[in-house]
Ligand binder design. Structure first.
Ligand SMILES: Nc1ncnc2c1ncn2[C@@H]1O[C@H](COP(=O)(O)OP(=O)(O)OP(=O)(O)O)[C@@H](O)[C@H]1O
Ligand SMILES: [Mg+2]
Length: 331
């Protein structure tokens, strides 16, 4: 890949909560990259570190989180070398994030226009009538009907879908180059989920912003993403292009995820097709983290596997290159 085209480059990002014997590495040497205008889906079971990875990038983790990275580059700038002030000008303006639960992300004490207005004043320095006009434009952009009156309401007066549209409007207020959408539709009912995802996909295409889409829904990945990163117990275990990953998953975990959905592109699929559960902080195995649950386990899996090149990306598995695996024979 031409490095020049990369908008986001994360290299060996680790996040550890707590200290000493209580230390828990929630994110373990995660490397991800994203090109301008493209969509990267991040998938993986609950607790695999998807949100913490992105919160670390956004600087949203509490002080109890120790963050290290070999590289955190955005738009050619080294985020780790920037002052807090300079970083704040990028994060929140060029990179914004929306969360799964819009209702609790909005401040209940402020009207829609106060909340969006605040972002416009802080990051764009807009004042007076320009603020009002931009709020109206944004609410129209996210297809909120009767936008002029809706500006005046408080979050509790909005439905879940409308709250999420307001969150999207706030996230788009500064025309970000990258939008991180962390399970943006999970809290909504199914028909509203589809509408919100359609809106996000349209806005992504029209504004050419890049997007990191965190999701459990492989249907959404198939429909919306260019690349996918699969996470397991804090590690990226496979990266690939879409749709190839659906035809030829390289990692046994990805294979299991795909087997969990009888037909692709159907609704929400929580990822529970393998026996057992994701190892907790106290029972992480020494070698490959999937090995206690993996149908292809061998003695060699006791050594931590490194990332290697696969047919469509990278994979953290010693079996991935075995030619017979995809024909159903187990090593
Ligand atoms: N502030 C925190 N302090 C301590 N541990 C945390 C903190 N935030 C997250 N964790 C732990 O880090 C791990 C990864 O959490 P994360 O929220 O990134 O998972 P996720 O992949 O986003 O899961 P989900 O799909 O449920 O959103 C979990 O074990 C979680 O309990
Ligand atoms: Mg999460």
């Amino acid at each position: 890949m031409n490095k020049e085209e990369l908008l986001l480059e994360i290299d060996n990002l680790s996040v550890t909560f707590g200290k000493g014997h209580r230390a828990f590495r929630a994110v373990d040497k995660v490397s991800l990259s994203l090109k301008k205008s493209e969509v990267l889906a991040v998938v993986g079971e609950s607790g695999s570190g998807k949100s913490v990875t992105m919160m670390a990038l956004m600087g949203l983790l509490p002080d109890s989180a120790a963050i290290t990275a070999d590289k955190l580059m955005f738009g050619g700038q080294d985020l780790q070398a920037l002052s807090t002030r300079a970083k704040r000008q990028i994060i929140g303006k060029d990179v914004s994030m929306i969360f799964q639960d819009a209702m609790s992300s909005l401040n209940p004490s402020f009207t829609v226009q106060m909340q969006i207005g605040e972002v416009l004043k802080t990051h764009l320095g807009l004042r007076g009538a320009a603020v009002q006009q931009r709020i109206l434009d944004l609410l129209n952009l996210v297809e909120i009907p009767d936008a002029k009156n809706r500006m005046e309401v408080y979050p509790h007066q909005l439905s879940g879908g409308m709250s999420q549209r307001v969150m999207i409007a706030m996230a788009l207020a500064c025309e970000p180059k990258l939008l991180i959408a962390d399970e943006p539709t999970t809290a909504l009912d199914v028909t509203v989920q589809a509408q919100i995802m359609e809106l996000l996909a349209r806005l992504q295409r029209e504004t050419h912003m890049a997007m990191v889409l965190i999701t459990h829904d492989l249907g959404l990945v198939a429909e919306n993403a260019h690349d996918v990163a699969v996470m397991y117990a804090g590690q990226v275990v496979e990266t690939s292009v879409v749709p190839d990953i659906f035809r030829q998953p390289a990692h046994p975990y990805t294979e299991a995820l795909l087997q969990a959905i009888p037909e692709l592109a159907v609704g929400e699929s929580r990822l529970h097709s393998l026996p057992g559960v994701v190892p907790s902080q106290y029972d992480r195995p020494a070698g490959c983290l999937l090995s206690p649950r993996c149908p292809y386990k061998q003695d060699r899996c006791g050594t931590p596997p490194s990332m290697q090149i696969s047919a469509h990306g990278l994979v953290r598995c010693i079996h991935a290159t075995l030619p017979k695996r995809h024909e159903g024979s187990q090593p």
